[in-house]
Write a protein that binds this ligand. Structure first.
Ligand code: PLP
Length: 432
């Protein structure tokens, strides 16, 4: 019935996740509530790990892109599964370190890392800093010099690949704020400069072409372009780049319009390009990193809301208002992201009513989804929005001074809180 493997419907007709009744979860923990299934996260991690064994002889490591969901427990889980992580701010780095994540398995991204963030990353002895621009390259070299150390770096390259996804989540094209452009010669110049920096060690080249991508060709093309660049650097600078990070971006199932292929398929095809080009050019296969975020946590999560008022505007539309909104899921307001919504209180009933699910914020655009079919939602019933494990909690806010929901993780049929619901005291903690 569901593509999300952790979901089902029980005898009461209630939606279940990881074997737990969602209506009972809503009663016990309150709504809005993020609920996640640990087995789904771990299974996905294992699939990626297995593909590294199969296609790269274990010569590499997947990194979890923690912008998808950053909290201490998720760092513990992915560490347990043998993943590294990437972080994009001092805040994500701090969270990971406070969960005892091994610093050497942390890569630090960002198009405008601050001096304080670079300082923090160096002092924590993290694995790699992914340098985005010349300003950062110089700042990092200077900082490393002052500390009398050599810092491992990666260079973020814009390969000029057009990934067929929403323009807000495309990153590989030349008109992007991220990284060094290949076409203009900027990337090659950055490599030459990095090689001259005495306090930097160029370890890796990195690219990330976008997010929620279903097609294979942008991935294989990016791999080919980066491998060609590694070969050019070897030939023209007599320097062999040790590793290659091919980014994340693997698409997941939000609605039946989405037809993701197994991740193993991408890994097989991309590795074939990398391995073949290495062999043909007589260079060792680089140590491989990838950075999936959405695909690790997305489908493992759902959000539960309680229906408040149902406003039927004749010949216009029916608004179903819920106790959450853009403060816990901004993705529809931001880029019309599609979701599957269902009535968790009567999940086996026919989705016979077309509704617009509206949040409780003072914004007309505060919608979770428009024109979705749901089984006749009534006040007090529980609505579930599926595949909200990624980029929901991590993008949440206190807009209108709403409280961020709790996250409950299910394991072996038992729920546990991994992030507490915010309190009113939390809201005014920093107010003077
Ligand atoms: C540099 C980088 N790596 C990895 C990711 C993760 O992408 P996804 O969650 O689509 O796998 C992103 C997403 O924006 C990114 O910018």
């Amino acid at each position: 019935m569901f593509t999300n493997e952790c979901l089902n419907v029980n005898e009461q007709g209630h939606l279940t996740i990881g074997g737990c009744d969602t209506v009972e979860l809503a009663n016990e923990f309150g709504t809005p509530l993020y609920v996640m299934d640990e087995a789904t996260i771990r299974n996905t991690c294992r699939k990626y790990k297995e593909s590294f064994e199969k296609y790269y002889n274990g010569n590499g490591m997947p990194l979890y892109a923690s912008k998808a969901l950053s909290c201490k427990e998720i760092y513990r889980i992915v560490n347990d599964e043998g993943f590294g992580i990437d972080v994009v701010s001092g805040g994500e780095l701090y969270t990971a370190l406070s969960a005892n994540f091994p610093p050497e398995k942390i890569h630090f991204h960002g198009n405008n890392k601050t001096f304080e963030e670079l300082n923090m990353a160096i002092d924590a002895h993290i694995g790699v800093i992914v340098v985005d621009n010349m300003t950062e390259l110089n700042m990092l070299n200077q900082l490393s010099k002052e500390k009398n150390i050599r810092t491992n770096i990666s260079l973020r390259i814009k390969p000029g690949v057009d990934a067929h996804t929403h323009q807000f989540v495309q990153t590989g094209q030349i008109d992007s704020k991220f990284g060094f452009a290949l076409e203009t010669g900027e990337a090659f110049y950055a490599v030459k400069l990095a090689l001259q920096c005495e306090n930097l060690v160029l370890k890796e080249l990195h690219c990330h072409i976008g997010s929620q991508i279903f097609e294979l060709s942008p991935f294989t093309l990016a791999a080919e372009i980066l491998m060609n660049f590694i070969i050019k650097i070897k030939n023209e600078c007599n320097f062999l780049v040790h590793s290659l990070n091919l980014g994340g971006g693997f698409g997941i199932h939000y609605t039946d319009n989405d037809t993701p292929k197994p991740y193993d398929y991408f890994m097989r095809e991309v590795s074939a390009v990398v391995n073949k080009m290495a062999e043909e050019n007589g260079i060792p296969v680089p140590y491989i990193h990838i950075e999936p975020g959405r695909s690790i946590v997305g489908e493992s999560g759902i959000t539960l809301y309680t229906v408040g008022c149902v406003k039927d505007i004749k010949n216009v539309r029916t608004y179903v208002s819920i106790d959450g909104g853009m403060f816990d899921n901004i993705r529809y307001a931001l880029y019309q992201a599609e979701y599957t919504v269902l009535n968790a209180s009567k999940a086996s009933s026919k989705p016979d009513t077309t509704v617009t699910v509206a949040g409780k914020c003072c914004e007309t655009g505060d919608l979770i989804q428009e024109n979705v079919n749901v089984a006749d939602p009534q006040p007090g019933e529980i609505l579930a929005v599926l595949s909200t494990g990624a980029y929901n909690y991590s993008m949440s806010s206190n807009y209108n001074r709403n409280l961020r929901p709790a996250i409950v993780m299910i394991k072996d049929g038992k729920p546990r809180i991994i992030v507490k619901r915010e309190s009113l005291e939390d809201l005014i903690r920093n107010d003077i």
